[in-house]
Design a protein around this ligand. Structure first.
Ligand SMILES: [Zn+2]
Length: 79
């Protein structure tokens, strides 16, 4: 099953302004596959920067986050 920014359930979506930045960082939290943690995605608007990481000890052992073109991420199983 594909687990990415389109299929994961969004649990938080807000704009943040770290350290008084003029440009918002869109902070989105998604439910992780096991349902006990989350995947964080930060999109720095205007700069095209896209970061994603797993905040779940269980899922972090099983998956890694891959980011691609645009504001995209998906999980890949670690072999
Ligand atoms: Zn998890």
């Amino acid at each position: 099953m594909e687990y990415n920014d389109r299929t994961a359930k969004v649990i938080l979506d807000e704009d943040r302004y770290p350290d008084g930045a003029n440009c918002p960082t869109r902070h989105i939290e998604y439910l992780c596959p096991c349902g006990k943690g989350k995947i964080i995605n930060e999109r720095v608007m205007g700069f095209g920067e896209n970061y994603a990481w797993i905040e779940c000890k269980k899922c972090a052992k099983k998956y890694e986050v891959v980011t691609g073109c645009g504001y995209f991420w998906e999980l890949e199983e670690i072999d």
